[in-house]
Ligand binder design. Structure first.
Ligand code: DQA
Length: 144
């Protein structure tokens, strides 16, 4: 069974409590369980993590080079600021799918640009937490 990692950036530990009118009521634990079950049905082992620290996310990407066949990443606010995370993703050989719960293009202009999209093989935005499931399905296709 191939392993994929779902990496989540700052403030997503508060999913379900944080601005629910934008991000919904599901928690990150709900996302972890749903995606693990879906992945299992598709022959993928899904491991989800979250960090509020940019350097930790970079370390997680480096670790994924040896442990993951594909990466799903919601870098949260780092999406719009971090060349370092883009550079780290360039060291990863497998498919990368970028997920945003909200439709970032409908929001403030500073959310319209993503450094991570320069590396992502696919970008999902505005599907709510269902976007993670869409990404797992796509990952199953890409990893064949
Ligand atoms: C987000 C969108 C980002 O602009 C924001 O900073 C987040 C979450 C999303 O999932 O919609 O923290 O990545």
């Amino acid at each position: 069974m191939k392993t994929i990692h779902i990496l989540n950036g700052p403030n997503l530990n508060l999913l379900g409590q944080r601005q629910p009118e934008i991000y919904g009521h599901a928690t990150l634990e709900d996302v972890a369980q749903t995606c693990a079950a879906l992945g299992n049905s598709l022959g993928l082992k899904v491991e989800l993590s979250q960090t509020n620290h940019e350097g930790v996310m970079i370390d997680q990407i480096h670790a994924a080079r040896h442990t993951a066949a594909g990466l799903i990443i919601n870098p949260a606010a780092f999406t719009h600021t971090s060349v370092a995370i883009l550079d780290a993703l360039h060291t990863f050989d497998g498919p990368v799918i970028e997920v945003h719960i909200s439709n970032v293009h409908k929001r403030e202009s500073f959310r319209h640009h993503s450094y991570v999209s320069l590396r992502a093989d696919g970008v999902i935005a505005g599907l709510g937490v269902e976007g993670y499931q869409a990404a797992v399905r796509r990952m199953a296709t890409l990893l064949g």
